[in-house]
Design a protein around this ligand. Structure first.
Ligand SMILES: [Fe+2]
Length: 433
């Protein structure tokens, strides 16, 4: 093991980052932010090694986390401690109907904190909804945000926070590290297990005009506090449980094979991969099973921290483009794409790393590069997630357009190899036909 080395600023990076300079996997001197955004490494690493390069500087960001049954009941106390006075509570109608919002409002009131509720949030939150939320925040003279819900309310809350602090339009901040002014304080109470938005530096917003989803990726988007309470998972439908649980699986697998993975993210990713095969089917059929709910909440947390710090890959890049085009569920798009993408990706992942993944999944024997993707396909089918011929509603030019959009998605920069547009079209057909 060698000690970490700080490299001089390279003239190749037009953005001039000084503190995160590093070398890419093939040895080119490019700054980390530049590599993530532009993918300028011309020589992709052929095989993701079992041990990591200690000459690369790594960082890890995470919010304060409270985990356990009834963690949500501490929202008021923590909000008061943070100094919140007038809070915009971002949620959606489904979460409100389940009864998870009212107790949070009461708790905040008991601690002397005023609240304003914004619940105009749909699945795959639109940029227009974010802008309406930002207007509500400004007009209500709020000074903080509490998000109660799944990935959609939490991502919308992050977008609202970005616009509230920085002005402009939320889509102005799509990409890596484009948020300059920190967001207002943000507490997240996730009501699904899988999105990881409660701990991540990502927010995914739908660009309605271009019919795609864009990612805002910045340390500024990491919430101040995540109150992860497995109790609330029991009101999810089986379909939502399966889709969000598969999202967690994809977060873990993509983080594990990411070019930006390292020991901390590997440990978290493999921990999630170990829990999900047992816990997720039980949660789908018996949401009152406390140990399985807790295991899925923990898997979501582990996978969320892993991908927030190792980033993602081609599954998410394609899912953003496909989900934006069809207005389809993020988790279901990911579930359909996982096996087909990994059949290509695993050619660039070492046998030793595939062995670790297979061991965590409980897959044994044969070729890991073939058997693990086959296991992914069988697992998502066992959860009731099928393509339902989505491919038939898309023309060949739609496939190519989706592939082109995915090829420039920020998540593609950390995929273990850089797929061509024709390869992405082939993957889409494998997943959807
Ligand atoms: Fe995701």
């Amino acid at each position: 093991m060698t000690s970490a080395t700080v490299y001089r600023r390279t003239s190749r990076c037009p953005r001039g980052y000084r503190t995160s300079e590093t070398r890419c996997a093939s040895g080119d001197a490019v700054c980390y932010h530049h590599r993530l955004r532009y993918g300028r490494c011309k020589r992709p690493r052929s095989v993701t090694a079992v041990t990591h390069d200690f000459e690369e500087l790594r960082k890890f960001v995470a919010p304060e986390i409270l985990f356990g049954d009834d963690a949500r009941a501490l929202c008021g106390a923590y909000a008061e401690r943070i100094g919140m006075r007038r809070v915009l509570v971002v949620t959606d109608p489904g979460v409100t109907a389940c009864g998870w919002v009212e107790p949070v409002l009461d708790d905040l009131a008991e601690h002397g904190i005023e609240t304003l509720v914004f619940s105009d949030v749909s699945p795959n939150p639109r940029s227009a909804q974010v802008m309406r939320g930002a207007s509500a925040y400004q007009e209500g003279a709020c000074d903080a945000i509490v998000a109660v819900g799944g990935g959609s309310p939490m991502d919308c809350a992050k977008g609202i926070g970005v616009v509230a602090s920085n002005g402009g339009h939320v889509l102005d901040y799509a990409g890596v590290d484009r948020v300059v002014v920190p967001m207002p304080p943000l507490i997240c109470i996730p009501t699904t297990a899988g999105t990881g938005a409660d701990v991540s530096q990502f927010a995914i917003i739908t660009d309605e005009v271009n019919r795609t989803k864009v990612g805002l990726i910045s340390k500024s988007l990491v919430p101040d506090l995540a109150l992860v309470d497995p109790t609330v998972l029991r009101t999810m439908s089986a379909e939502l449980t399966a889709a969000t649980g598969m999202d967690a699986m994809v977060h873990a697998v993509e983080a594990f094979v990411s070019n930006a993975s390292w020991e901390m993210t590997d440990n978290l990713a493999l921990a999630a991969v170990r829990r999900i095969p047992q816990a997720l089917p039980v949660c789908c059929t018996d949401p009152d099973d406390g140990p399985s709910r807790r295991a899925m909440a923990l898997a979501s947390l582990d996978a969320g921290l892993a991908f927030s710090n190792a980033s993602l890959g081609a599954v998410h890049a394609l899912a953003h483009a496909l989900g934006g085009r069809l207005d389809a569920s993020h988790g279901e798009c990911n579930a359909l794409l996982l096996g087909p993408v990994m059949r290509h990706n695993f050619r660039y992942v070492s046998h030793e790393r595939l062995e670790l993944l297979a061991e965590a999944l409980g897959v044994s024997g044969g070729s890991y590069a073939e058997n693990i993707p086959a296991w992914f396909d069988e697992f998502r089918a066992s959860l009731g997630i099928y393509s339902e011929d989505q491919g038939t509603v898309l023309s060949e030019s739609d496939f190519e357009s989706i592939a082109r959009t995915a090829s420039v998605d920020a998540c593609m920069a950390t995929n273990p190899y850089r797929p061509s547009v024709p390869q992405l079209v082939e993957i889409l057909h494998d997943a959807l036909d």
